[in-house]
Design a protein around this ligand. Structure first.
Ligand SMILES: NC(=O)c1ccc[n+]([C@@H]2O[C@H](COP(=O)([O-])OP(=O)(O)OC[C@H]3O[C@@H](n4cnc5c(N)ncnc54)[C@H](O)[C@@H]3O)[C@@H](O)[C@H]2O)c1
Length: 262
């Protein structure tokens, strides 16, 4: 149970859903973890749960679109635990379901900022922080970075951007001789607040479907017959973070119950 022994991880958006589950699992596997989130109270709760279970964790408030805060959270993590060797760029928001022809430019820019600009900033400062000693950067994209979906234009564009940015950063690290692996992960639908709140807004917009009917429709798109759980994504992140993935860089790991296989 120590696949991340002696490693130090920073996980964004760790106050909820997938990020919280990644932080819990990484701590159980021996890493010291810094959990960051816009929601300072939520992330403090998850961090204290981890420390009560005997893990090593701190929580930090961070807005992932503010560049100066990246320098600050990386410095505070280093101060608490030593050099950061795992970065999970996980924080993200869902689109509001509008089609492109009706989408407000501000809404487009907001989703691109939180879901794509943040990953650029994380990679930029993560590479700077890790280049002398190496590490693993995991960017949480989505199946929506591979296939399109009506009403998700900004989200699809952002997650597709994360997919290719990941490959570029992986290649740049390799070319520069940095021992940093960079990969993206592509979850199918996972039952977290991002989906359950998003589903309610889709149902409200469509008018003719209840949230339960929308969830059923989403479930049916997964050949495996169900939506995923945050722990199933955390297990894939754990693999990419660990030395078991020492030859894995620039790849996209799809964890989607067969959604994109059809
Ligand atoms: N749930 C899914 O079905 C699914 C599928 C594919 C990809 N993803 C991706 O997984 C990641 C995590 O999603 P989740 O489902 O756990 O969602 P979630 O809503 O449960 O958690 C997201 C967290 O990110 C935080 N956050 C939002 N904006 C932020 C900002 N500007 N700065 C810092 N933190 C911020 C939120 O406060 C929240 O705690 C996202 O990038 C999402 O796009 C989710």
């Amino acid at each position: 149970m120590a696949r991340l022994k002696n490693k130090v991880g920073l996980i964004t958006g760790a106050g909820s859903g997938i990020g919280a589950e990644c932080a819990r699992l990484m701590a159980r596997e021996g890493a010291a973890v810094a959990l960051t989130d816009l929601d300072a109270d939520a992330v403090a709760r998850v961090a204290s749960e981890i420390t009560s279970d005997g893990g090593r964790a701190i929580s930090l408030a961070q807005d992932v679109v503010v560049e100066a805060q990246w320098e600050s959270v990386l410095a505070q993590t280093r101060e608490a635990f030593g050099e950061v060797s795992i970065l999970v760029n996980n924080a993200g928001i869902a689109p509001n379901g509008e089609h492109v022809e009706e989408m407000d430019f501000e809404e487009w820019r907001h989703v691109i900022a939180v879901d794509l600009d943040s990953v650029f900033l994380g990679c930029k400062h993560g590479v700077r922080a890790m280049k002398t000693h190496g590490g693993s950067i995991i960017n949480v994209s989505s199946i929506m970075g591979i296939v399109g979906n009506p009403g998700s234009g900004s989200y699809n564009a952002a997650k597709g951007g994360v997919r290719l940015l990941t490959k570029v950063v992986a290649l740049e690290c390799a070319q520069n001789g940095y021992a940093i692996r960079v990969n993206s992960i592509h979850p199918g639908y996972i039952k977290t607040p991002l989906v359950t709140d998003g589903v309610v807004s889709i149902a409200a917009r469509e008018g003719e479907q209840t949230p339960e009917e929308v969830l059923e429709m989403i479930t049916l798109r997964h050949p495996i017959g169900r939506m995923g759980q945050a722990s199933e994504i955390a297990n894939a992140v754990l693999f990419l973070a660990s030395d078991e993935a020492s030859f894995v860089t620039g790849t996209e790991l799809v964890v989607d119950g067969g959604y994109t296989a059809q």
